[in-house]
Design a protein around this ligand. Structure first.
Ligand SMILES: Nc1ncnc2c1ncn2[C@@H]1O[C@H](COP(=O)(O)OP(=O)(O)OP(=O)(O)O)[C@@H](O)[C@H]1O
Ligand SMILES: [Mg+2]
Length: 304
């Protein structure tokens, strides 16, 4: 049986004055999947999420969440959405608990359930012992955890996570990955933007790469790697002039390559003779990854 998508974005455009931030973008996200949105700074990821939540209007096209149109049925759409925004919008002077209680009320969680959902969110954020602390006194990572816990307070069917783990220590980040994975396994659909390649590779079933307000590639991490970067890469280290030479020779041999600081990776080498690779210098072999794809397609590097 084919289900309607949890999120259907059709030919959506957003302009700020003369500038087009989102440019005729079309995207479907299937129920119960996690979509990773990758794109350089300014690609339009946050703008797209803000249009889904109704915080900013569309200049063209349509968006529906579980078949509710975000413009004409905004109340219904919003009631099944959870959001972890890139920009923290909590009230600094209120406590963690007060912020969650206010959010639960805004999300129309029935009064009788609010105490429980606030307790659950504090647990999720691992902040039960700091619930009476003013948000201004929490560390950056704690605020982020609170913001993420808050996103699930109305038991959403679709959650939008805009760079959910920025600034978290590695332990907390992997705890949150577990949490996001658990949510997805329970049938909730997740759309997550990230600059962390490992986060996308671990969590996302499907990846959409966005650049200049358009989707430039879509597929599973494995599909994208195979389609754009091949299966294996070799990496050479050395001074810039040597790396330039390797890039030129690789191009002559019909191979793609990408630079990263003091090294160059030659991609899709699984069918290339080891003599050719050795003639370019000492190298180490590795599987290709999403970062290779990202850099090839956008010309930019990811963090992490
Ligand atoms: N309210 C606004 N007014 C004018 N321009 C805006 C506004 N909001 C966003 N933009 C512009 O739209 C473009 C896309 O911004 P957006 O925040 O969606 O990018 P992003 O992909 O989320 O980037 P990042 O990875 O840095 O978070 C940028 O050039 C940005 O400056
Ligand atoms: Mg953003």
């Amino acid at each position: 049986m084919v289900h309607d998508p949890a999120l259907a974005i059709r030919n959506v455009t957003k302009r700020f004055g003369d500038f087009t931030a989102v440019d005729g973008l079309t995207l479907d996200v299937q129920v119960g999947t996690c979509l990773g949105l990758l794109g350089p700074n300014g690609a339009g990821k946050t703008t797209l999420m803000r249009m889904i939540t109704g915080q900013t209007g569309l200049n063209g096209g349509s968006i529906s969440v579980m078949n509710f149109d975000v413009t004409s049925q905004s109340r219904q759409a919003r009631s099944i959405l959870g959001v972890c925004p890139q920009q923290d919008n909590m009230d600094d002077q209120q406590t963690a608990r007060e912020n969650l209680a206010l959010w639960a009320a805004l999300c129309r969680v029935p009064r009788s359930r609010r105490k429980q959902v606030v307790a659950d969110a504090l647990e999720t954020a691992q902040l039960a012992d700091r619930s009476h602390e003013r948000v201004t006194n929490l560390s950056g990572g704690m605020r982020r955890r609170l913001l993420l816990g808050r996103a699930f307070i109305n038991s959403p069917k679709l959650v939008l996570l805009d760079e959910p783990t920025v600034g978290l220590d590695p332990q907390v980040r992997s705890d949150l990955w577990l949490m996001i994975d658990r949510v997805r396994r329970s049938g909730v659909t997740v759309v997550m933007s990230t600059h962390y390649i490992e986060e996308a590779e671990r969590l996302a079933d499907d990846i959409a790469i966005v650049n200049h307000g358009r989707i430039i590639a879509r597929g599973t991490p494995q599909e994208l790697r195979e389609r754009h970067a091949g299966l294996e890469a070799v990496e050479y280290f050395g001074p810039t002039d040597v790396l330039d030479e390797i890039a030129a020779k690789a191009a002559n041999a019909g191979l793609k390559s990408r630079r990263a600081g003091l090294s160059i990776s030659v991609l899709g080498v699984e069918k290339v003779s080891s003599e050719l690779l050795a003639s370019l210098g000492r190298h180490s072999r590795r599987p290709t990854n999403l970062e290779d794809v990202f850099v090839l397609l956008t010309g930019e590097a990811l963090d992490g």
